[in-house]
Ligand binder design. Structure first.
Ligand SMILES: [Zn+2]
Length: 259
């Protein structure tokens, strides 16, 4: 084959390829136009929207088979019984305020009546005021009607006069409540809260700050309801270290209605 003929053949091939390619592009364009005209749901879209739809379909990452479970938030509720008073309660409130911790106070109606300003302070500082009876009797020795009419209702009414809300969360003194009383109160909308971690801060034979802190360190658990009292001075001495210890473990301090 002569050099001229070879060059001529190459040129012909290149020309053919160019024409063929141009035809392909034209054919594709025609096909797209026909597709757009014959497909109503695409026709109503603007070009950019079609492109975006395609991009989304192509670029969307695969859905995970199961969504990762949210990390469980560690929560703990500090509770203080038998207040308010004018000596211990303000010191406990000061510590809670300094540490930015919310707690629950199970108050006695008699003391609420005597110390309305301290009751108001508990509520104003973001803590939950709950009902611990009016005079701290053993509820097992009272009729259901007496429990409600003599102890719970007057206490919640006293709290309501001061804070504007009527607590329906109660803790029976000594944790003592007959099963029929549990049923009776629940039917009337009361929530009964005991505890899951007793610090024994109420027992003067074994309530040094070290012993109280020791019980927290061994018995803490997620969702714990910690029983403490508006007692002094050991509860007050132990409280800052209790809070720091639990916070370092990742606990969030909540009121009992948030558990
Ligand atoms: Zn009590």
């Amino acid at each position: 084959m002569g050099r001229k003929r070879k060059a001529g053949l190459l040129l012909a091939l290149a020309l053919f390829w160019h024409l063929f390619s141009a035809q392909q592009v034209q054919a594709t364009q025609l096909f797209l136009n026909e597709l757009l005209e014959s497909t109503p749901h695409i026709q109503v879209m603007k070009e950019g929207q079609v492109m975006r739809t395609v991009e989304l379909k192509l670029g969307k990452p695969a859905e995970p088979q199961t969504a990762p479970a949210p990390l469980p938030q560690k929560r703990i509720a500090l509770t203080f019984d038998d207040g308010p008073d004018l000596i211990n309660t303000p010191q406990i409130l000061d510590i809670l305020r300094d540490e930015q911790v919310s707690a629950t106070f199970f108050v006695l109606g008699q003391k609420v009546e005597r110390y309305p300003e301290m009751t108001r302070r508990i509520s104003l500082e973001g803590h939950l005021v709950a009902n611990h009876s009016r005079t701290h009797p053993d509820f097992a020795e009272l009729s259901n009607e007496e429990i409600l009419a003599l102890e719970l209702d007057p206490t919640s009414k006293a709290v309501e006069r001061i804070t504007g809300y009527y607590p329906m969360i109660m803790r029976p003194p000594y944790g003592s409540l007959r099963q029929d009383s549990v049923t009776y109160l629940r039917e009337r909308g009361w929530q009964i809260v005991r505890w899951s971690l007793d610090t024994f801060d109420w027992d003067s034979s074994r309530n040094s700050p070290e012993e109280i802190i020791g019980r927290i360190k061994t018995d803490h658990h997620n969702g714990a309801i910690v029983l403490m009292h508006c007692n002094g001075p050991t509860t007050i001495q132990a409280l800052p270290e209790i809070i720091r210890f639990l916070r370092d473990l990742g606990y969030h301090f909540v009121t009992v209605d948030q558990l």
